[in-house]
Design a protein around this ligand. Structure first.
Ligand code: ADP
Length: 397
């Protein structure tokens, strides 16, 4: 069985075709700059040169047409006909309160995605367009929606509610939803497997640190708390997102600088975080290099990131009533030994003891704590595409 996984961002689209017999990747690719001059698709298959097409692509529907063309291309294609693809799994950002599991796309599901554009204005429209393009171009093929919010639906009300007048929850469903759910879910299955314990028998903190970052406190396989909220803006400092600030900062700035809600959103989502503080870059590799050379604001941005990760980690260990492990994942978590070291530094008193030698790994599964460390520390590369493909397979089988 071959499953196509599609992940539509606001102006990009990633895809991966998987063979579910052995869960291997047959080919994958990326469409960049959708709706912006310079659109292009890069189609990659192991052992052959990349196939690149640069053509204007106005929207996600145009992009999907190029994806299907690449998949069936005479020379670079990986299927003879689209009939070989059994189903399509779509990553969708926001599913609100109604969806706690992946679902086969129906009119009702699309309505829920449309209804949550209000909380995911950058992602839900592209996600929906991707689904509709597939429905149109390959009619009859099952589409499955896998929501970033779904895995977090197990949080209790006293964790997901905000302490604002209750009527706003009733009126607008304003509450914490959490994101990166597919990644945290993958870790919640893979980590117990690596440790050789039952997932019902362990508590751990999953640290997804990447361009966007979130922590999740996972108790017996279920999310108890997570750091992102109504939208992916809450929580940690991120590449370009502010994470938590005193809400008054927002109203004060809007008044002083005469900003519309949209302009304020743009500042908090795209011009803040590590980029806003450093004035240099949102990329943590650049920041580490610059800090090393003495760039003070890059160092400040990194210090601010680390203290926030520690703050949530400490809080979640307290919330879990006992923590067996912590797991680093995401671009930064998987690759940066420096950041893992700084996050774990001076936490021996709460049972977290990093082994510096074992920590010298990149991008692969590893136990990186000392033998004495009460809380085991792991690197577990995430695999959201695999998770989406598995969910798609199990729903359409
Ligand atoms: P996304 O949230 O877009 O999926 P990723 O999980 O791919 O992003 O993470 C991207 C981030 O990971 C970037 O900030 C990048 O600099 C960082 N990163 C990747 N490799 C390293 C590394 N070796 N050291 C530090 N940061 C790294």
């Amino acid at each position: 069985m071959k499953i196509l996984v599609i992940n539509c961002g606001s102006s990009s689209l990633k895809y991966q075709l998987m063979d579910m017999e052995d869960e291997s990747i047959i080919g994958k690719g990326l469409v960049e700059r959708i709706g912006i001059p310079g659109s292009r698709i890069i189609h990659k298959v192991d052992g052959q040169e990349d196939y690149v097409v640069e053509e204007p692509m106005e929207n996600h529907k145009d992009a999907i047409k190029y994806v299907f063309d690449a998949l069936t291309h005479e020379k670079y294609g990986i299927v003879k006909s689209l009939d070989e693809i059994t189903g399509i799994g779509h990553r969708v950002l926001h599913g609100g309160e109604k969806l706690s599991e992946p679902v086969i796309v129906t009119e009702e599901v699309k309505e829920i995605i449309r209804d949550h554009i209000k909380f995911g204005p950058l992602h839900n429209p592209g996600n929906l367009m991707g689904i509709e393009a597939c429905e149109e171009i390959v009619p009859g093929k099952p589409n499955v929606a896998v929501f970033d919010t779904a895995f977090h639906q197990t949080m209790p009300d006293y964790v997901y509610m905000y302490p604002i007048p209750y009527e706003y929850y009733k009126k607008y469903a304003i509450r914490k939803y959490g994101f990166h759910g597919t990644s945290h879910k993958y870790i919640s299955y893979r980590l117990p497997e690596i440790m050789g314990v039952d997932r019902e028998d362990m508590n751990f903190v999953s640290l997804h640190l990447g361009n966007g970052s979130s922590l999740a406190a996972i108790r017996k396989g279920k999310v108890f708390d997570t750091s992102m909220g109504l939208t992916p803006l809450e929580g940690l400092e991120m590449g370009t997102r502010s994470g938590n600030v005193d809400p008054t900062v927002v109203t004060f700035l809007m008044e002083q600088e005469n900003l519309t809600p949209q302009q304020m959103n743009e500042i908090l989502n795209k011009k803040s975080g590590a980029l806003g503080v450093s004035g240099l870059s949102s990329d943590f590799r650049d920041l580490e290099d610059a800090a090393h050379e003495g760039h003070e604001r890059a160092e400040l941005a990194l210090d601010m990131f680390i203290i926030r990760v520690k703050r949530f980690l400490g809080a979640y260990i307290a919330e879990l009533d006992g923590c067996d492990a912590i797991a680093f994942t995401g671009g930064i978590g998987e690759n940066s030994k420096t950041i893992r070291h700084l996050v774990c530094k001076n936490l021996e008193h709460i049972g977290i003891e990093l082994d510096q030698e074992k920590n010298d790994v990149r991008g692969k599964e590893a136990l990186i704590s000392t033998e004495n460390s009460k809380v085991k520390i792991y690197v577990v590369p995430t695999n959201e595409e695999l998770m989406i493909a598995r969910d798609t397979k199990s729903l359409i089988s």
